[in-house]
Write a protein that binds this ligand. Sequence first.
Ligand code: NAD
Length: 497
Amino acid sequence: MGVIEKGVVMRPGYIDGKTKLLLIDGRWVPAASGKTFETRDPATGMLLAEVAEGDREDIDLAVAAARRAFNGPWSKWKPADRQLLLLRLADLIEANIEELAALDTYDMGAPISRTRAGRHRVVGMLRYYAGQAVSLHGETIENSLPGDIFSYTLKEPVGVVGAIIPWNSPLTASIWKIGPALATGCTVVLKPSEVAPLTPLRLGELCLEAGVPPGVINIVPGYGATAGAALAAHLDVDKVAFTGSDVTGRRIVQASAGNLKRLSLELGGKSPDIVFADADLDAAVPGAAMAVFANSGQICSAGTRLFVEQKIYDEFTAKVADFAKALKVGIGADPETQVGPLVSGDQLDRVTGYLDVGREQGAQCLSGGERLTGGAYENGYFVAPTVFGGVRDDMRIAQEEIFGPVISAIPFTDIDEVIERGNATTFGLGSGVWTRDVGKAHKLAKSIRAGSVWINCYQAMDPAVPFGGYKMSGYGRESGKQHLDEYLNVKAVWIKT
Ligand code: NAD
């Protein structure tokens, strides 16, 4: 894989016209209903595969398999055995990274340069968790009770995890659920997005090849309202790890009430990216632009509210617009492409709807602002990278998550004002600050209510550093040591001697 023909990375052999099946209990099986759904390349409309459509019955079978596996020999695996398993899986993913990157690109449209660059987030993540797997421990705690009573804690896997993921980064999202589960000794039923199921399914093959025991990882693609809802509500699922929109997040919370299962929620954002006049503007222009245009804006932490200090507002926004106009928009499989298509017709309608709303509410379109059609764009869902100027805080394009290549540029005059306005959102996922003034940088880092603050950079990520939301961007953390605690219970043990 990775062979380039006519300037395009060839599609992986996994896209071979055969129907992709569900992974349940270590076997590839059709859906109980016999139903399938199509998955297509959003750049060209090409049919990639038919995929077995999981539903409630398949989720029941997968959860039962995950429960048996959790109670079976898997529970006796030593941390060092789980460590070796994670390392084997990491090696297999590394050996197949070109194929996995191309699958992500074909299934959801991201530029191949981007999906390839995700390697550190997945291979590095599994190796990081391999290290953590042998470092999980409770504590001995000196208590103040009278008499000789000794206390300590144990950390134990939470059990069967329902993992529900979106389409915008299928490989990374899958690994961010499977990795911590394998490190801690949990079992998983993973429901990929119906929009981009192919990479998670291929990953299932690699899990089996690495020696993951039957039932430990089950993969059941299907629709949210059926398979997803069944998993979220299942009474024998101990925890749901969800990544997706705040709208679905609320449904997951309601569905979890039946057995009060544990939840972690990685939801959407409307992140402020704040540029001061004293910043290195040569770095800030591409930095602020790609904080949104990477992945066509389909990134939860995209810096979509671009606050620019008034005295450089016109000059800076013009430069960002020029940068946007110069980006190469094209099919993801072309290594030269910087901005690919949106993932689907629904997403296209959503984004072009917001372009209309922006204009109607009085924002000025400085670049883009339209769907791209004709020639290579004809059968895909392409939108030109868009910069709106003259945006006010109360406009919908400044408040709502668009999840497309759209920057809303907003002027500000001083630091306290921009802190208040930057925080005036229901979300709190990412944020950016561009300044040469270290005092301002620290003040912003402390004052912004968001899970990540990037200063003079954007979207830096590492397996050892936690990622997650404040406010309606969700709760729980992925990456870092905290991630594993989301998959562990703490048990207190008391011994009277
Ligand atoms: P979505 O919420 O529509 O779907 C996410 C997943 O939930 C899919 O697998 C879907 O099938 C499933 N689902 C839908 N309805 C369900 C229901 N009623 N019960 C259970 N499952 C259901 O989101 P999307 O369009 O796939 O992804 C885009 C969203 O994801 C954006 O809001 C983005 O910000 C967010 N996101 C967040 C992060 C993060 O780490 N915070 C990362 C990536 C994406």
